[in-house]
Design a protein around this ligand. Structure first.
Ligand code: PAF
Length: 280
């Protein structure tokens, strides 16, 4: 596996590889877990060459404490990617992504007004800006994104359509622990007692989904699920909302394919999750 920190190295490799085949990028902020490695597997199945991107993007952290506490495991990540068989790790230096005087912002409207966008000001502008750079820097034909960040996936698809970026976005299913907890780099910050409570979020979401699919109205079902999550030991539920799978509009009744979205605080950690909810 080759390792690059400079855009010129990335560009030279991309030119070489794309002369004879396709290239997929797996965008990450490091602290790799089995969810990221499932993106690598999907990338290997889709393209001739695979590059993993690791960059903790300061522009997408609305909370400075979250940025400081974000895990950094570069040595372990490098070993995992080499074992997984990626062709290159591109971990750009800060100035390769944001050169001095950087003054451009990519901003997707509408889809970013709700859910995480409403609670994390500037977050999706930071994501859209860096994702545009991931695509232009790597020149990849495919980019793998986890459904764990379903809103991010929708924002990225919109961005690619609107800016005619020559890349195909490949969605990949959320990977979970056996007890239902969605894998996240933030899970490692959970104290043991909070780790035991954590699966209550997904469990309450699945119960709520079954109730709605059985015909109960979303409003009272979601209110009860919030109580269940907080009773299990979560500090607070930031949002628990049923939205259209396509377009993310709020759904007062379950009359088309939907997703149930949640963000909740457990100790010092903010966790998110989402699941598909089909109409009966
Ligand atoms: O999903 C992530 O880890 C990040 O938002 C991404 C896409 C790598 C951009 O920094």
């Amino acid at each position: 596996m080759q390792t690059f920190t400079q855009l010129s190295e990335m560009r030279a490799a991309a030119a070489r590889w794309r002369a004879s085949g396709t290239l997929a990028v797996v965008p990450t902020m490091g602290a790799l877990h089995a969810g990221h490695l499932s993106l690598v597997e999907a990338a290997k199945a889709r393209a001739d060459r695979v590059v993993a991107w690791i960059f903790v993007n300061p522009k997408q952290f609305d909370n400075p404490e979250d940025l400081v506490n974000y895990p950094n495991h570069m040595a372990a990540d490098t070993a995992k990617l080499a074992a997984a068989g990626v062709d290159a790790l591109y971990a750009p230096a800060l100035d390769q992504v944001y050169p001095e005087g950087f003054a451009t912002k990519v901003s997707v409207t509408g889809l970013t007004d709700m859910l995480c966008g409403a609670h994390r000001p500037g977050h999706f502008d930071g994501v859209a800006t860096v994702v545009t750079k991931i695509f232009t820097q790597t020149q990849a034909d495919f980019a793998m994104f986890g459904e764990k960040d379903y809103q991010q996936l929708q924002v990225v698809k919109r961005l690619v359509t609107d800016l005619n970026l020559p890349i195909e976005i490949v969605p990949c299913a959320t990977v979970r622990e056996e007890d239902g907890l969605a894998l996240s780099s933030r899970n490692e910050r959970l104290a043991p007692k909070d780790r035991a409570i954590a699966p209550a979020l997904n469990a309450a979401m699945r119960r709520a989904a079954s109730r709605m699919q059985a015909g109960e109205a979303p409003g009272p079902v979601l209110a009860r699920a919030v109580q269940e999550i907080e009773a299990a030991g979560y500090r607070s539920v930031e949002y628990l909302e049923l939205r259209a799978a396509d377009g993310l509009t709020l759904m007062p009744t379950l009359d088309r394919p939907a997703r149930l979205f949640a963000a909740a605080h457990l100790g010092p950690v903010r966790l998110i999750d989402n699941i598909a909810v089909g109409p009966a």
